[in-house]
Design a protein around this ligand. Sequence first.
Ligand SMILES: Nc1ncnc2c1ncn2[C@@H]1O[C@H](COP(=O)(O)OP(=O)(O)OP(=O)(O)O)[C@@H](O)[C@H]1O
Ligand SMILES: [Mg+2]
Length: 209
Amino acid sequence: MQGKVIDQFYRHQDLHNQALYMVIASTRWFGLRVDLLCVPFITCVALASAGFSMQPAIAGLSVSYIMETLDYTQYAVRNFSEVENLMTAVERVITYTNLESEPGYKTKALPPKHWPCDGHITLRDVSLTYYEGAPQVLRTLNFNIEGKSRIGVVGRTGAGKSSFVAALLRMPDAQGDVIIDGVKITDINVKESRRCISVLSQVPVIFSG
Ligand SMILES: Nc1ncnc2c1ncn2[C@@H]1O[C@H](COP(=O)(O)OP(=O)(O)OP(=O)(O)O)[C@@H](O)[C@H]1O
Ligand SMILES: [Mg+2]
């Protein structure tokens, strides 16, 4: 388990570094272009000060001023582009905040105290589709699971075993009635109904050795 987490961490770290490297490289690329753009300006000022045979002090001052001005201009342009880059994360978060929340959050009704006590589950004509226009993953399921009993759900990969758990957790809400200990779960607040269900992650091995 520890090895798996470390592997996953390294994978995420690599992905992050790839993106970060691109950001740093493109910023340097941009900086170099801006530097090159400044060269003609400085050349013009240097030539003009020599051509108009100014006093050496004034020529030096004008060259140092133009260099300083261009330095600040570059700094400002680089900062603008960096703000634009970093604002992508903010834009993304703002987009997420504008997403419509699951309908179950609007239901304010709470389950009874100590619900569920037995874990009696009844499914009546339960069908599940993940999104509009998607194929039905669960089709008109009707069965009873006695409370305090242990059951196994078997099926080939893609048969809909995890989708059954998704229907219990209302991810998304299934059509039909899922009734746990006499309470139709779509009648209560989604956060409260999820709080009462525990899920252990899927492990492909039942018996070891
Ligand atoms: N989030 C999802 N969005 C759209 N379709 C999905 C989603 N999750 C699963 N499906 C589809 O639902 C069907 C059932 O998948 P499900 O994950 O429930 O199968 P499973 O029996 O748990 O398979 P496995 O044994 O591989 O875990 C599959 O055709 C799958 O492509
Ligand atoms: Mg599964």
